[in-house]
Design a protein around this ligand. Structure first.
Ligand code: PEP
Ligand code: MG
Length: 576
């Protein structure tokens, strides 16, 4: 049994499919006659880029390590210009009218086979060089789109070093029961994406790819964060029982769907959903969500070479507004780093993107990008109850600047005689310590605030939320986090503004009482968690919650807080 981090709930049992980090599974596509020469040109361009890359590497290696080590790159350059390799690939494209990636991968596979089956060790090694080189060129041809998860013939559990959110999003169309990875943390976007797609996942398993072979049987327990490889019959039976138990608990929780989230002494709070893909609105409604507290719009910007235009975005937001009405949908403006939009914005990859030009910073730097999104939200606002929320605020000036741009956009729409809701509410995400500590100032500029604890924890404790090596430090119950949350809620209320929380903390039942006691107005979470949080709210009283907060805020350490919660039976071993 191997323990990792429970990233997305559910138990699944299935066969392992181990992805090597570099695996590609390339789809064959037929070309139209007129596409053939374009495809050849794309190939030549990819070869040129690869050549430039190799020359740079060769020169660097040459100065640092000498010509002996650099000679490998000379060999690569020769292969790159090999008339057979290049010529045969082009001929394939022209004759068979198939896409270049497919044609090239076939030629590479043939060459690799010829070389790696040769008797001479030197030539066998050259086979590996060709393989490596092929991957370089294919990376360029495929861009960011790793097409690893297509063509699956049977249900599998994916085993990988790491997966990007865009890999994860592809999974819903494939036969994937769940996934387990070496890397990653509970609030990494890959984990969040898995939750919204309902795919059980365990991440942060460190070396699981080395311990599992293709075809091994795997039990993935996404509730507890365990993985068992090739289990005995007894264990399999035990897990099947557990699974039934969890499903029964879920059935009971579902009965609460239409009941309000109100404490025993009458305080009602909003339980709303976080979503990443517009289709999730239906699921949110089925789970009893009374609105969308966070729509992570960045997912409509990913996995494409262009930017979504005003019309396209308006359509997406309008559909959601209609489906959720009369409930509110909070649209978070783009929360991406420039590193994710290098092609579209001409930005460069930064060495430290988490502290770089991302989210509201990127939008203020590229006002056209921001304005397009604001225009789309405003236009869609006539079809329901939409609100706007700015991510990654670190100074009040950013809110003021963003609001100024919003006002400009409203003026433009007015001049163009385009309808919108002029009183659309605007909120700020509080997810940096600088915003939390100045929440009293920020509250004056907005209609609401929503605490993004996933990042607030990352930036307060200085712990990368996606790094399993430091996951032990990533702790929502750290006194520094609890104090900031209380401070933000009080600061908002003093200004008469409501305060929500849309980080993963909102979905943890052992924290519900604390957040209630602090006066939180809105809890926003992955839809699947809404029923269990509602159960907690309905079983609580505000007196009990406030008393608990008073005690907890006096406790000096996470351990002391956890001990207290265990004594009060709020923290139990199997809290699903
Ligand atoms: C957060 O940081 O808590 C949050 C909700 O935003 P995201 O997880 O998308 O960074
Ligand atoms: Mg965030």
């Amino acid at each position: 049994m191997q323990r990792g981090i429970a990233a997305s709930p559910g138990i699944v049992i299935g066969k392992a499919l181990v992805l090597s980090q570099e695996d590609f599974c390339i789809k064959k596509r037929r070309l139209l006659e007129e596409e053939v020469e374009e495809e050849i040109a794309r190939f030549q361009e990819a070869l040129n880029i690869t050549k430039q890359e190799l020359i740079t590497i060769r020169d660097k290696v040459n100065t640092r390590l000498g010509t002996k080590h650099a000679s490998i790159f000379e060999a690569y350059l020769l292969v790159l210009e090999d008339p057979m390799l290049v010529g045969e690939t082009m001929e394939k494209v022209r004759k068979e009218k198939i896409n270049i990636e497919y044609a090239f991968s076939q030629t590479i596979a043939k060459f690799v086979h010829v070389f790696t089956t040769m008797g001479d060790e030197y030539l066998r090694e050259r086979g590996h060089d060709i393989q490596d080189l092929g991957k370089r060129v294919l990376h360029i041809l495929l861009g960011e789109k790793r097409q690893i998860l297509t063509h699956l013939k049977e249900d599998v559990i994916i085993v990988a070093n790491d997966l990007t959110p865009s890999d994860t999003v592809q999974m819903r169309e494939e036969k994937i029961l769940g996934f387990i990875t070496n890397m990653g943390g509970k609030t990494s976007h890959t984990a969040i994406m898995a939750q919204s797609l309902g795919i059980p996942a365990v991440v942060g398993l460190k070396d699981i790819t080395a311990k599992v072979q293709n075809g091994d049987q795997i039990i993935l327990d996404g509730y507890e964060g365990f993985v068992i490889v090739n289990p005995s019959d007894e264990i399999l039976e035990e897990y099947e029982k557990r699974n039934k138990k969890y499903q029964e608990i879920q059935r009971q929780l579902n009965k609460l769907k239409d009941l309000p989230a109100v404490t025993q002494d009458g305080r009602e709070v909003e339980l709303v959903a976080n979503i990443e893909i517009p289709d999730e609105v239906e699921l949110a409604l089925r789970q009893g969500a009374k609105g969308i507290g966070l729509f992570r719009t960045e997912f409509i910007f990913l996995n494409r070479a262009d930017l979504p235009g005003e019309e396209e975005q308006t359509k997406v937001y309008r559909n959601m507004a209609k489906k959720m009405a009369p409930y509110a949908v909070i649209i978070r403006t783009l929360d991406l780093g420039g590193d994710k939009l290098t092609e579209q914005l001409g930005t460069t990859v930064e060495t430290n993107p988490f502290l770089g030009l991302r989210a509201i910073r990127l939008c203020l730097k590229h006002p056209d990008l921001f304005k397009t999104q604001l225009r789309a939200i405003l236009q869609a606002s006539t079809s329901g109850n939409l609100k706007i929320m700015y991510p990654m605020i670190s100074t009040v000036e950013e809110v003021i600047k963003a609001n100024r741009i919003l006002e400009q956009v409203k003026e433009e729409l007015k001049k163009e005689h385009i309808d919108f809701n002029p009183n659309i509410e605007v909120g700020a995400m509080i997810e940096t310590p600088s915003a939390a500590l100045t929440a009293d100032v920020i509250a004056k500029e907005v209609d609401f605030m929503s605490i993004g604890t996933n990042d607030l924890i990352q930036y307060t404790i200085a712990v990368d939320r996606g790094n399993e090596k430091v996951a032990y430090l990533y702790e929502p119950m750290h006194p520094s986090i609890l104090r900031q949350i209380k401070h933000v809620i009080e600061a908002g209320h003093r200004e008469g503004k409501w305060v929500g929380l849309c980080g993963e903390m909102a979905s943890e039942p052992e924290l519900t009482l604390i957040l209630l006691g602090m006066g939180l107005d809105e809890f926003s979470m992955g839809s699947a968690s809404i029923p269990k949080i509602k159960k907690m709210v309905r079983e609580s009283t505000m007196n009990q919650a406030k008393e608990m907060v008073n005690t907890i805020l006096e406790l000096p350490t996470v351990d002391a807080i956890k001990k207290f919660l265990k004594q009060n039976k709020i923290l139990v071993e199997e809290n699903i």
